[in-house]
Ligand binder design. Sequence first.
Ligand SMILES: [Zn+2]
Length: 395
Amino acid sequence: MAAAKSGKNVPPVRSVRQRHFDNPFSDYNGQPLPDASEYIEQALSLMQDIYSYYTVFPNRPRRDLYIGGAGVAYGCVRLSDRLPRQSADKELVLDLAVRIIDALLQELNSIPLKAPGVIGGDFGVYVAAAIVYAKAGRTEDAENALKEFVGSTSGVERMTSQGSSADEFMTGKCGYLAAFMELWKTFPAHPSLLEVPVPAIINSVIESGKQYSHARGFHSKCPLMYFHLGADYIGAAHGLSSVLQILLCFPHVLKAHPENLKEIKASIDYLATCQKCNGNFGAVFNTIDQEENELVQWCHGAPGVIMLFAKAYLVWKDCKYDDVCRLCADVIWKKGLLKKGPGLCHGISGTAYAFLLMYRLTNDSVYLYRATCFADIMFQQNVRELSRLPDNPYS
Ligand SMILES: [Zn+2]
C-alpha cells in the first residue's frame, strides 16, 4: 500500500469498466484525521507546476472561470487565503493570479464581441480580476474590473439563448447571481454592486421556470423547470438543482413574493422524490439511466444536487432534506472515485467537495475522513495511470 501525505495507507485501485474505480477504503472507524495543513503543501506543489506552465503560456485559448485562466486565478486567491501573511508562497500564488489576469484583460479588451455568461463565458474574467486585484492591493484596477462586471449585468433579466431558457449556472442568469454573491464577500455593500438588478434577475428566473413548467405540463408537480441544450437537466452545471439553490441565497428578494418561495419549495420537494434508491439523481428528468453507467459527478448527479438539499436544510431545518444529503453522500462514497481525473466538474475533487460540505453541515467526522481518502487517492501513481487525462489539466 502507498502512503499518502497524511500518512494514511492508500490501497491500490483496480481497473474496472465503469466510470469510477471501486472504492478500496474501509469506512470511518474513529481513527485520527490528518490536519488540513498537510494538504496545503500538496496544493502548493501543484501550484508550482501551474506557475511554470503559465509562465511559458500566459494566454490560453479559454479565458473563463470554468476551464480557463480566470478559474486558475480565482483558485490562486482561494489558496492564498489559506497561507500565512507575508509568506513567500502567498506572494508567489498571488503573483501568478495577477499575471494571468493582466494577460486575460489585455486580450479581452481587444475583443469586441465577448462570450455571454460568467462561469463558462467571458464576464467571469472581470469577477476574478476584481477579486485578484483587490487582494493584490491594486485598488483602482479592482474598481475598474468590478464596474465592467456590473455593466455586463445590465439587461441580464432579458437574456435569451438558443436552445436554453438562459437561466442556468454555467452561462445563464444564475451564473451572474452567483458572481454577485462572490463579489459581495470582497466588496460588501459596494455602490457599484448595488446597481446589479438582482431582484429583476431573480424574478425573471422564476417567471421563466413557471412558464416552462406549464408548457411541459409539470406545473402541478414541479412548479419551476428549466431547459438547456434542449434537455430538462437536474444537475448543478445546467439544471434545476443549482437554479433553486441560488434562488434560496436571496431570501430578502423572495420575501417580497411569498408565493415564489412556496413554488421553489414545492419544486425542491418534487426533486427529492426523484432521488434513486442508491442516493443518486439522474442527469435529465424522466429518463432512466442504467445504474452501472450512471453519472455521479458535480455537473450531473448527487455531488452537485447535494448542495441544493444542504441549502434547503439550512433554510427550513427539515430533516427530510438532511436525509437526502446523507443518501447522496453514501452514493458518492461508493461511486465518486471517478476515472476522469482530479477536476471539480467531473473529477474526484468535485466529488470530495461534497464530503467537505457534509462535514460543515453535520460536524460528523465520517465525512471529513471520506474527503481525506479521496484527497489521498487522487494523485496516487496507480490512480493516475488508470485515469483519463483531463482536456485542460492546468485549469
Ligand atoms: Zn462535468
